[in-house]
Design a protein around this ligand. Sequence first.
Ligand SMILES: NC(=O)c1ccc[n+]([C@@H]2O[C@H](COP(=O)([O-])OP(=O)(O)OC[C@H]3O[C@@H](n4cnc5c(N)ncnc54)[C@H](O)[C@@H]3O)[C@@H](O)[C@H]2O)c1
Length: 249
Amino acid sequence: MGRLSNKVAIITGAAVGMGAEHARLFIEEGAKVIITDVNEKDGKTLAEELGDNAFFVSHDVSDEDSWEAVVAASVEKFGPVNVLVNNAGLSGPYAFTADLDPATYNKVVAVDQTGVFLGMRAVLPGMVAAGGGSIVNISSAAAMAHLSGTPNVAYTGAKAAVRGMTKATAIEYGPHNVRVNSVHPGAILTPMAKNLNDAETLDAIAQSLPIRRFADPREVSQVVLFLASDEASYMTGSELVVDGGRLAE
Ligand SMILES: NC(=O)c1ccc[n+]([C@@H]2O[C@H](COP(=O)([O-])OP(=O)(O)OC[C@H]3O[C@@H](n4cnc5c(N)ncnc54)[C@H](O)[C@@H]3O)[C@@H](O)[C@H]2O)c1
């Protein structure tokens, strides 16, 4: 028996990076996984790699209508949704607040903040009807403390909002046995980290961390797996930091 046997999970933004690794680990642990992403090419390739227990749906998390289609496709393919991992995220370019154009700000908030709200909103009725579920919202260590080398007010604000929305929804839905928790990664070696920083900067960030390296995505997937599984049955409204010790300083 896997740790997610009999669970149906939607993972957003799972074509590459951490989301793809969450999907791999969830399948290894017995889940049926709906991979969603705006990146159709890599999403479809991953679903083929993972076999019959994976299914790709093209999806923009900031689009309200497409959420209904994702949940309907999940139920039709695998049955009622037990787990939602709100993983999809955009960083946007590093820019000081006065230099960030409002269109970029709004785009980051639409994906990183509103997308999480829309996802929770879409799966909650089904989870309540089924007698429970687990929602894992991927925030960031940036929700708790800002790194001075990465100016990004939109991302920091949206990730802090996810931390708050997680607690609000956890309290509202605790009586229905729907658990809602947030995960706060620090420096994780994914396409996002590589696109934002050159090799020299990546090395400097690694050397600044207590653990002196970036995390492999699977080191976050293990934490997401735990929160998704029944092993975390008494955890809701909580936040798990996976940052190599950065916030402890
Ligand atoms: N990499 C890090 O160091 C780090 C640190 C803290 C938090 N995070 C967060 O972890 C999550 C995963 O990050 P990652 O590093 O794997 O990122 P990534 O850029 O490597 O992958 C993100 C995925 O999300 C998808 N995506 C983007 N916009 C989307 C949208 N509107 N709808 C659906 N899918 C969309 C992308 O196509 C991509 O496949 C994000 O929420 C990110 O903010 C990352």
